[in-house]
Design a protein around this ligand. Structure first.
Ligand code: SF4
Length: 448
């Protein structure tokens, strides 16, 4: 295994989160303040469930928790836009003393009078974990009273970090779909771990439609109550963002007998092999033939369209810091295909397996970091001479401060990066950013 940074680490940099040769240290508890950038448990649950477009997302806690709104995910809808509103019980000091149960009951009554949603997710945050409202009992009562689903997501932020929130969201989804299990299977798939950022799930669904494969449900991009409850009938689950959805896929296999496969639609090779994999697992000869045709046409078109950018990108150095390992792995492969070198890669919630794959893909001098803080990222990017950083909203100012290019590969972006069209968008964006004359100017000493 390559990728040790032990020999030349900067002495001022904390050892926490640094991957070591042969013993990658990851999946550790977050250290608040100086090290971790991970969001809280409630945030993890919210980002997974929030894209369910016709659900009512009610935050039971102080108003500050409700600052996580639709725009933390930015997923698009083809139907309802209820999910884009933010609702909170706005607990305050009085509720800490007397409890927030009555306020929650009143909120549920009001929601039903005004919105009539098919499902309400109640996110029980830190304060509820402390004062101990019996949210489960309130949910049971509300389900009986209104004949809708009211599901408690017990996610106090202090109980772990974002990854636990993903698991809790998976459990909430199982509660939602479980009553609809036991029906006969159909030859169709569910897509897990795609949140329809910039309409990506529509792009992927179009490929499957052209191949002749039906998509029953999507978790949770552009999902609705009616589509989700069909999911137990599928014959195969495909899991894209494994970090957030593999626990749900495992539960669906256990409860409904649906096998799953993890794959990625980011990058030419990954998108092509994802489509081939699904056609092999589910399709007949006709489906395989159509898949071959689609991949051949789209690959050729994409290769021709990105060709002019390749000489401008060759030899440039990339740094990556993203949420999960699956995306980091795809990005490393994408940069390799563009003739670029990845000199640093890090994730917030990558697993040991993710880091082992990354280790096998990277040059021995590359740096791998788990759950790094901005100071660590900055120091290692400067040391390795990165030309561009790929990350999320928290990393953007860091890149600009260092005078290097930046590519947003997180929930806030407005253009699709998945599928064949995503490869073109990604290449164009990397070129525009990395070859902008502004970086040379920004790095020069300004006389003013
Ligand atoms: S850590 Fe607690 S108080 Fe803060 S946003 Fe998360 S749930 Fe709310």
């Amino acid at each position: 295994m390559p990728n040790s940074i032990l020999s030349d680490r900067l002495p001022s940099i904390s050892e926490a989160g640094v991957a070591k040769t042969g013993s990658i240290r990851c999946e550790q508890a977050s250290l608040s303040g100086s090290v971790s950038q991970r969001a809280c448990v409630y945030c993890g649950a919210r980002v997974v469930l929030n894209p369910i477009t016709d659900a009512f997302h009610l935050v039971h806690g102080p108003i500050g928790c409700a600052s996580y709104t639709w725009d933390i995910r930015g997923s698009l809808s083809s139907g309802s836009d209820l999910y884009r509103h933010s609702f909170s019980t706005d607990l305050n000091e009085r509720d800490v003393i007397f409890g927030g149960a009555q306020k929650l009951q009143r909120a549920i009554d009001e929601i039903n009078e005004r919105y009539h949603p098919p499902v309400i997710f109640i996110y029980s945050t830190c304060l509820v974990g402390v004062i101990g409202d019996d949210v489960e009992a309130i949910c049971r009562e509300a389900e009986k009273k209104y004949a809708i689903r009211v599901i408690n997501v017990q996610a106090p932020g202090f109980s772990g970090h974002k990854s636990l929130g993903y698991r809790l969201a998976g459990e909430a989804l199982i509660k939602l779909i479980e009553p609809h299990g036991g029906r006969p299977k159909v030859k169709a798939i569910n897509i897990l771990g795609d949140y329809n950022l910039a309409g990506e799930i529509w792009i992927i669904k179009n490929y499957f439609k052209a191949m002749g494969i039906e998509v029953l449900s999507t978790f949770t991009g552009d999902a609705s109550y009616e589509t989700l409850i069909k999911s137990p009938r599928a014959s195969l689950n495909i899991v894209q963002c494994a970090g957030s959805m593999v626990s749900l896929a495992e539960k669906m296999e256990e409860r409904f007998g649906i096998p799953y496969v993890t794959l990625s639609f980011f990058g030419l090779d990954d998108a092509s092999s994802a489509l081939f994999k699904v056609s092999d697992l589910l399709g007949d000869e006709a489906v395989r033939k159509r898949t071959k045709e689609i991949v051949a046409i789209e690959s050729l078109k994409t290769k021709n369209n990105i060709k002019p950018y390749l000489p401008r990108l060759k030899g440039k150095k990339a740094a990556i810091f993203v949420g999960g390992g699956f995306k980091a792995i795809s990005l490393v492969r994408q940069f390799k295909a563009l003739g670029m070198e990845t000199v640093l890669v890090g994730t917030q919630t990558g697993t040991k397996e993710d880091y082992e794959i990354l280790g096998s893909l990277l040059h021995p001098s590359a740096v791998i970091l788990d759950d790094a803080n901005p100071a660590e990222l900055e120091a290692f990017m400067a040391k390795r001479g990165a030309d561009i950083l790929v990350g999320g909203v928290k990393e953007r100012p860091l890149a600009y401060k260092m005078g290097i290019a930046f590519c947003d590969h997180n929930h806030e972006r407005r253009h699709p990066l998945a599928g064949f069209v995503g490869v073109e968008n990604f290449t164009r964006e990397i070129d525009r950013s990395i070859n902008s004359p502004v970086w040379a100017m920004a790095r020069n000493d300004c006389p003013f």
